[in-house]
Design a protein around this ligand. Structure first.
Ligand code: FAD
Length: 311
């Protein structure tokens, strides 16, 4: 692959944010180079059905969706490198050159778009990974509707778990909320909302010990570590809401990150604290974490970079 000495746009990540940035940047003649990382296509490749993305009236599976995104970026000549970026050296200077390291090589670029996403935290029990997308979910707004009028369970005691519980309580018959501690970490306002819900059963001091089902989730076993009792509940939907880990390890000490490790961007933009470096998608978004918001901020990052390069 013949490369220019100095690039205009390097994109790190191949989820919806990375590909959206690539499509906009390539159509603006920035000749982007995109690194796929260890999960080509990103988180959506682990789901069987996307039903909330605009423009797909009968939904689409995650792998096909992301393959379409890749084809669209390739149509405009985005160069795709099937490698992970192992290190970066980001310049502090306006119009400075950033260095992106992979394998034993380095690419120099005026602009960098970071779209490395995040990973949901797992419980770490057997069958959990196998049943992701087969009853186990990390996104109530994405998958809640599949469990309309059924019983489901949510794990977690923070804001996300309680927001998910609130959302699910409106569409599902019953929601079991499994909390490890004997209190919630979530905001008081969310707690007061949930405590009033008649179809939410809160199980404090509780932990899931076993996942039941081989091809699809059938139920869970829960241990109460205060009373030392076990119960089994039969649910086809389990929403794990114990947090996400943004993929920002290689940007530590180079970019401003918040206390959870998310990249901090200037409000209403994708601008980071380094000139010419932009962040899009879940890596800078602890709140929405949706494919469509990731694609939206990917577009913003390409436009922000284009503006930076001509200013
Ligand atoms: C099981 C599941 C189902 C979901 N279902 C839906 C749904 O139905 N609808 C919806 O809107 N959202 C859904 N989501 C959320 C959605 O997947 C995310 O919001 C979205 O994928 C975030 O996009 P992103 O581009 O920011 O990052 P990601 O999709 O997380 O992609 C990150 C990319 O960065 C790459 N990367 C990371 N580090 C490096 C590195 N060092 N070098 C190079 N590349 C790197 C990875 O390989 C990956 O390609 C779901 C999430 C999960 C886990």
């Amino acid at each position: 692959m013949a490369l220019k000495k100095i690039q205009d746009c390097v994109i790190i990540g191949s989820g919806p944010a990375g590909y959206s940035a690539a499509i906009y940047a390539s159509r603006a003649d920035l000749n982007p180079i995109l690194f796929e990382g260890t999960q080509p296509g990103g988180q959506l490749t682990t789901t069987t059905s996307i039903d909330n993305y605009l423009g797909f009236p009968v939904g689409i599976d995650g792998i096909n969706f992301m393959q379409n995104c890749k084809k669209q970026a390739e149509r405009y000549n985005t160069k795709i490198i099937n490698q992970s970026v192992i290190n970066v050296c980001l310049s502090n200077k306006n119009r400075g050159i950033h260095h992106i390291f992979f394998e034993k090589k380095c690419i120099n670029s005026r602009g960098v778009i970071i779209a490395t996403g995040s990973n949901p935290k797992l419980l770490g029990i057997q069958k959990e990974k196998k049943l992701i997308g087969l009853g186990i979910s990390f996104c109530a707004t994405c998958d809640g509707f599949f469990h309309k009028d059924k019983d489901v369970a949510v794990v977690g005691g923070g804001d996300t778990a309680l927001s998910d519980t609130n959302y699910l309580s409106k569409i599902c018959k019953k929601v079991y909320l499994i909390v490890r501690k004997n209190y919630f970490k979530a905001s008081k306002i969310l707690q007061s909302y949930i405590l009033k819900k008649k179809n939410v059963k809160i199980l404090f001091c509780s932990q899931i010990t076993k996942i039941i089902g081989n091809n699809f989730l059938e139920g869970i076993k829960i241990f109460n570590h205060e009373k030392k009792t076990n119960i089994t509940i039969l649910v086809n939907g389990l929403f794990i809401a114990i947090g996400h880990i943004p993929n920002t390890e290689i940007f530590k000490n180079q970019l401003d990150l918040d206390n959870k490790g998310y990249i901090i961007v200037k409000k209403g933009s994708t601008i980071t604290n380094k000139p010419g470096v932009f962040a899009a998608g879940d890596v800078q978004d602890p709140n929405y974490r949706q494919a469509i918001t990731s694609a939206g901020t990917g577009c913003m990052a390409a436009l922000d970079l284009e503006k930076y390069l001509i200013s």
